[in-house]
Design a protein around this ligand. Structure first.
Ligand code: SIN
Length: 327
């Protein structure tokens, strides 16, 4: 009898304790990315953590892994699918394996400026791309900016012929491979974190990136000529695993979506500011900006826009037309 009442009390205590322990456990969101904490994306992750932990106090805990600490961009989607992380924000150029349509963002000289890119991202076609990897278990949550890609080398690249025989570090993009092949250069796909060593060891003689990444990777210590061709924009898709996102309590999901919306506006303003400040800093260090005439720009247009046709079947001519309509 005494034993039975002891058992009853023990069961009672356990049943009271268990749900309490469970309710106290916040949902862990591990956010992995490859740039520094100060980059627009790095700051976006920090803002997201702050707002999520403030507004969903006790319900959500966010851990940030910057500087490729956990994953390179090409490993991040698998990391999500295996449950090693819950969020990432790879460059738009890193999704080819998951959706060929995403290559639309890589097509050279497709968008007339960053406002056109934004219009496309907010259009029906652009929003549909957030769900273009859903059958692979990846859900796009929002787009974040970095800035226009700028070409750099030890010599001035003014005309397409100036790029001949240069070896470019590029992101893992078939479009970028084709783009540089068309001007007689070679593109080597390489993770972002390898860029400084690749320049130091002389493995590459040229590269392209946004000004803030050029500054953080100290590209100007190795390359002193910078060409603002306006051929493409470095931007990101904030992604998660569809299974994780759909499994969140509805109120948490709704709040996180609202937070991401707010953070997106801040990231994009910060990206615009950093594009200017990093540019200024790099140029003040003695690096030179290559001046392009109208004839130079025409020559690049003639050299690069045939790349669109080569990828038309993979991307879809309707999607390319939708992107062009945003100009
Ligand atoms: C990034 O900004 O996420 C890195 C892009 C790159 O690989 O160059």
């Amino acid at each position: 009898m005494r034993f039975l009442s002891f058992l009853t009390i023990a069961v009672l205590i356990a049943s009271v304790m268990a749900p309490a322990a469970h309710a106290a456990e916040p949902i862990l969101i591990r956010f992995s990315h490859v740039t520094s904490e100060n980059s627009p994306k790095g700051q976006g992750a920090v803002m997201f953590k702050r707002l999520a932990e403030e507004r969903l106090a006790g319900k959500v805990k966010v851990e940030i892994y910057p500087n490729s600490q956990k994953f390179d961009d090409n490993q991040a989607p698998l990391g999500l699918l295996f449950g090693d992380i819950e969020m990432a924000a790879p460059s738009l150029s890193k999704f080819r394996a998951y959706s060929k349509k995403m290559q639309v963002f890589d097509l050279p000289l497709l968008f007339s400026d960053i406002d056109a890119l934004h219009r496309f991202q907010q259009s029906r076609a652009g929003k549909a791309l957030l769900d273009s990897m859903i059958t692979r278990g990846i859900k796009g949550l929002t787009y974040w900016d970095n800035g226009p890609r700028v070409i750099s080398a030890k010599r001035a690249i003014k005309q397409p012929a100036d790029a001949k025989r240069l070896v470019f570090r590029i992101e893992a993009s078939a479009v970028f491979q084709e783009q540089y092949a068309r001007v007689g250069a070679v593109g080597i796909e390489m993770p972002f974190k390898r860029l400084p060593d690749a320049m130091k060891e002389g493995l590459i003689s040229a590269q392209e990136n946004a000004w803030s990444n050029i500054r953080s990777m100290q590209v100007h210590k190795f390359h002193n000529h910078f060409t603002e061709l306006g051929h493409s924009y470095l931007g990101y898709m904030v992604i998660t695993s569809a299974a994780f996102w759909n499994g969140l309590p509805a109120d948490v999901r709704t709040q996180l979506e609202a937070i991401l919306k707010e953070v997106t506006d801040k990231v994009n303003s910060l990206a615009a500011e950093q594009a200017l400040s990093a540019r200024q800093e790099v140029l003040q260090s003695g690096a030179k900006l290559v001046e392009l005439s109208e004839a130079d720009r025409r020559a690049w247009r003639d050299a690069l826009t045939p790349v669109w046709k080569r990828f038309e079947n993979e991307i879809g001519s309707d999607l390319i037309s939708a992107a062009r309509a945003s100009n």
